[in-house]
Ligand binder design. Structure first.
Ligand SMILES: [Zn+2]
Length: 334
């Protein structure tokens, strides 16, 4: 593909293509925005456009040797570093330390990146390093990296990709041209995922993906819905206590609960089973609650989600959410 083929990010692409048209490719760029909306894809295609041997209207041709090498990860001047491949592609001695449940880039990774950037391009126009999850540098790594950003080697480009740009040092952010990516509108998201997702599940997946087609493709939302239903049963029948492993799971579970409650409320009004996501049918049909009570529960749960950011204790959250859930479904039990 080429840069212009990325769906739903017209503004970001205009900025990137604009730097090529004006022959003003900066030395560092930050692509920020939610996960799964095309940032890394844009970074790779930007690198292709810069080093393309036969560019078409400033975009990459997607056919030449350079474009093909970048796509296959074998171009000597373009490196994509991710938390998953960093040890391998930079031949690190130090392992990426797992701290607070997340991996981080160690300072050694930054030193290696710097060494690579200072080598002249071997066959391309520019030496390009794409750093995914750039916010995951530990503080020593981030400070070392800042020095590289301050004195960029000639003919080099660093592309930082981040879904939590607020976690980057201010000084790093301010050194980069910031290009913001946004979740896709429903039609754009549908267009991207329709090739990969079974048509009977597409509406369900679209609901959960919330404009982030990359997540729709990389995650198994059908399986996650089974997990959601299992925990919902546990809550209603008091089979277990606090079955979430971390806050990420609580958020994922609540997202599914919101879709269930919304489905139930819509079903109350339309009484059309076709409006229901298949996994939610068993809960919505025959539920005797008034629409007002369902909407109140929805609001209560939204409040819980807001409180998660204030370190709400996991088991207290479970008990509180269980009490809301039991209120909605308890009539079916009596
Ligand atoms: Zn090309």
């Amino acid at each position: 593909m080429a840069l212009r083929n990325i769906i739903g990010q017209d503004k970001a692409l205009r900025i990137l293509l604009g730097t090529l048209k004006r022959n003003r490719v900066p030395s560092s760029v930050l692509l920020s925005g939610d996960s799964g909306i095309g940032k890394r894809l844009a970074a790779i295609n930007y690198a292709k456009a810069i080093n393309c041997l036969e560019p078409a209207d400033f975009d990459c041709c997607d056919k030449c040797v350079s474009c093909r090498k970048i796509d296959s990860g074998t171009h000597p001047d373009v490196l994509v570093v991710t938390l998953d491949n960093v040890e391998e592609v930079l031949s690190l001695k130090e392992k990426t330390g797992k701290d607070k449940n997340r991996y981080e880039y160690p300072i050694e990774a930054v030193h290696k990146i710097e060494e690579m950037l200072y080598l002249s391009p071997y066959e391309g126009r520019k030496k390009i390093i794409i750093i995914d999850d750039a916010d995951a540098m530990n503080i020593n790594a981030a400070n070392a990296f800042l020095k590289t950003l301050e004195e960029p080697p000639p003919d080099s480009l660093i592309i930082l990709v981040s879904s939590s740009p607020d976690s980057l040092l201010d000084t790093i952010r301010s050194r980069c041209i910031n290009v913001r990516f946004y979740p896709l509108p429903v039609d754009g998201c549908r267009e991207v995922i329709s090739k990969n997702i079974d048509s009977k599940n597409i509406d369900f997946v679209l609901n959960l993906a919330m404009g982030r087609p990359g997540l729709a493709v990389s995650r198994d939302f059908i399986k996650e819905n089974e997990w959601f239903t299992g925990l919902l049963n546990n809550m209603i029948y008091e089979k277990s206590k606090d079955a979430w492993s971390d806050k990420g799971e609580i958020r994922a579970w609540l997202d599914m609960a919101f879709i269930l409650l919304r489905d139930m409320a819509i079903y109350k009004i339309t009484e059309r089973q076709s409006d229901l996501i298949s996994g939610n049918r068993q809960w919505a049909i025959g539920n005797n609650q008034k629409i007002k009570d369902i909407l109140n529960s929805y609001q209560d749960m939204q409040q819980v989600r807001g409180l998660l950011d204030f370190n709400l204790n996991k088991s207290i959250t479970w008990n509180y959410v269980a009490s809301i859930i039991k209120n909605i479904f308890i009539k079916e039990l009596c």
